[in-house]
Design a protein around this ligand. Structure first.
Ligand code: MN
Length: 131
């Protein structure tokens, strides 16, 4: 057993997020493990850019209220206790609701080779739900 020192909270990159997002790395895929777990804290209105994960991803909402959307589908409201799974290669985004904080765990695997995720355009204000 290891009780780890708390690594500092990181600010989400402006290339991958709109708005202010803060990330606590819980499990960094230290080899031979390829599992990654982050706690991701979205401030109101903050969201990821459109992206896809090579091996898929599971989200677990801890608190607040937010949205997820897959490419070509409607945004779906999410709240505490909900689990969202995204298949490998499916383009999507996730984030807070316009007037609420939202924190989720993000869990995914790094592939054996190649990029873990592919990142695209930011979610525009027109795409982002207004309520
Ligand atoms: Mn994702």
């Amino acid at each position: 057993m290891h009780v780890l020192p708390n690594p500092p909270t990181a600010k989400g990159s402006a290339a991958m997020f709109t708005g202010d997002v803060f990330i606590d790395v819980i499990h960094p895929a230290d080899p031979p493990s390829r599992m990654r777990v982050n706690a991701v804290h979205f401030t109101p209105g903050a969201r990821t850019a459109w992206h896809a994960h090579a091996r898929g991803q599971t989200l677990y909402v801890l608190e607040g209220s937010g949205f997820v959307q897959s490419r070509g589908e409607r945004p779906v409201a999410i709240g505490p206790g909900q689990v969202v799974t995204t298949p490998a290669g499916e383009w999507h985004w996730h984030g807070a609701a316009p007037h609420h904080l939202m924190t989720h765990l993000a869990m995914w695997e790094a592939p054996e080779s190649g990029p873990e995720s592919e990142w695209g355009d930011q979610v525009t204000d027109d795409e982002y739900p207004s309520v």
